[in-house]
Design a protein around this ligand. Structure first.
Ligand SMILES: NC(=O)c1ccc[n+]([C@@H]2O[C@H](COP(=O)([O-])OP(=O)(O)OC[C@H]3O[C@@H](n4cnc5c(N)ncnc54)[C@H](OP(=O)(O)O)[C@@H]3O)[C@@H](O)[C@H]2O)c1
Length: 208
């Protein structure tokens, strides 16, 4: 039986492990061609090899604004017009508010907020230009967090960044709904992955 996403082309950011790898596997299982991207190319290459012929591995650092367009060019050249973006790449942004440096704050926002926004906008422009949006297939899913609306102690930068992702999602959903693009967010609770290896229940903290 054909999967429910047969014919769709998906891109997952931060697919080198954790939730991103899981999302990529689900999309592929449902029949989508999947581009798996992250900074660690060896890991996404191994995942793409496992997923099979309709998967593509690409190195993409979403904090590098200039890299996002060329990566999507490559996805569309190889797999076809992009119809699904999973904005999953994220960093933990640990540090007490009294101690977090300006650079660490900026680094958290560069990935979690600016990277999410720039990838969403680049994808949206392409979905509109290719006719995917008009066809009703365009989906953008941003990975927010329980930290979007609940304080996780000691994670001020992370919590603020994920609250921004939640509001960004609402803003984009409102702006692009009439253009045929559905924008949604997932807000997971604690799931044991590398992101919370140092602060989750394993270490007595609350995790993200
Ligand atoms: N686990 C949880 O409890 C939980 C709860 C709520 C929300 N979330 C969110 O879920 C998402 C995935 O997190 P996870 O739990 O799966 O953690 P993870 O295992 O640490 O995965 C994070 C992923 O993001 C990628 N990444 C980090 N910086 C990047 C950058 N600059 N450019 C591109 N990719 C980057 C990492 O790949 P590379 O290092 O190879 O680039 C990795 O694949 C995050 O947005 C996180 O905030 C997680």
């Amino acid at each position: 039986m054909a999967g429910s996403l047969e014919g769709q082309v998906a891109l997952v950011t931060g697919a080198s492990g954790g939730l991103g790898e899981h999302f990529a596997r689900l999309l592929a299982r449902e029949g989508a061609a999947v581009a798996v991207t992250a900074r660690r190319l060896d890991r996404v290459q191994a995942l793409a090899a496992e997923l099979g012929g309709r998967a593509l591995a690409l190195q993409l650092d979403v904090a590098d604004a200039a890299a996002i367009g060329p990566a999507m060019d490559e996805v569309e050249r190889t797999l076809g017009p992009l119809s699904i973006l999973v904005n999953n790449a994220g960093v933990g942004g640990e540090g007490l508010a009294l101690e977090v440096s300006a650079d660490d704050w900026d680094a958290t926002f560069a990935v979690n907020v600016r990277g999410t926004f720039l990838a969403a906008r680049e994808a949206a422009r392409r979905m509109m230009a290719s006719g995917v949006a008009e066809r009703g297939d365009a989906r953008i899913v941003n990975i927010a967090s329980i930290a979007s609306h609940t304080v996780l102690p000691g994670l001020a930068a992370y919590c603020a960044s994920k609250a921004a992702v939640a509001m960004l999602t609402k803003s984009l959903a409102r702006e692009w709904a009439r253009r045929g693009i559905a924008v949604n967010a997932l807000a997971p609770g604690y799931i044991e992955t590398d992101i919370n290896a140092d602060c989750g229940p394993r270490r007595g903290g609350r995790g993200s």
